[in-house]
Design a protein around this ligand. Structure first.
Ligand SMILES: [Zn+2]
Ligand SMILES: [Zn+2]
Ligand SMILES: [Zn+2]
Length: 197
């Protein structure tokens, strides 16, 4: 039997994560409130809409992030092709660009507030809080994740790259949208050692 999830929990902890999508090609000048109403009329409960800005120039971009209340029909939002009289495209937000790293145990994917693992030092990989590290700057760092000669939060770390790839590809086969050719492809053969070509 199917029970519809009608009950709204008003005191849900933060774990009730919203379902975020990106709207592309929508002019930044649209009225966010109207946009919200339009999406709502299509059967989605909008929690929040964010217009993105250029990281450097701070100019508004024609790209919006929409946070939906979690619901069984969340994926239907990808079927929308017009909003505010514009042809738009809705896609999952880019995943994998940034993965949180725990500053306590140095593992990725959670933050220190959720961690009860032993402390691992970001600099020397010793079992202590980084703040109390005795390593001087002339001693090379030791990565707690791969054992390499860099701090554990180094983004070129083999372990990080592996994790990054994993994340990127799990989220990649999301909705049935063929991936448009993306000029900003973030990954370029980081794994392949020698290419025969
Ligand atoms: Zn941790
Ligand atoms: Zn240390
Ligand atoms: Zn490493």
């Amino acid at each position: 039997m199917k029970e519809k999830n009608i009950i709204h929990h008003t005191y849900q902890p933060k774990e009730e994560r919203s379902y975020r999508v990106a709207i592309k090609y929508l002019h930044h000048s649209v009225d966010v409130q109207e946009l919200k109403e339009e999406i709502s009329r299509m059967g989605h409960t909008v929690r929040n809409i964010i217009n993105t800005r250029h990281r450097i120039t701070k100019d508004p971009l024609n790209l919006f992030f929409v946070d939906l209340e979690p619901s069984g029909n969340n994926k239907d939002i990808y079927k929308i092709t017009r909003l505010q009289n514009s042809v738009i495209q809705i896609e999952p937000p880019r995943k994998g660009k940034h993965i949180v790293e725990c500053t306590r145990c140095q593992l990725y994917g959670h933050t220190k507030s959720y961690c009860n693992r032993p402390y691992v030092c970001v600099k020397c990989s010793g079992q202590h809080n980084t703040a109390s590290c005795k390593k001087d700057n002339t001693t090379p760092a030791t990565c707690a994740l791969c054992g390499g000669g860099h701090p554990a939060n180094y983004k070129g770390c083999r372990f990080y790259q592996k994790h990054y790839h994993a994340k990127y590809y799990t989220h990649h086969n999301g909705p049935s949208s063929p991936t448009p050719s993306d000029p900003t492809t973030p990954i370029q053969n980081l794994c392949s050692g020698s290419t025969g070509l």
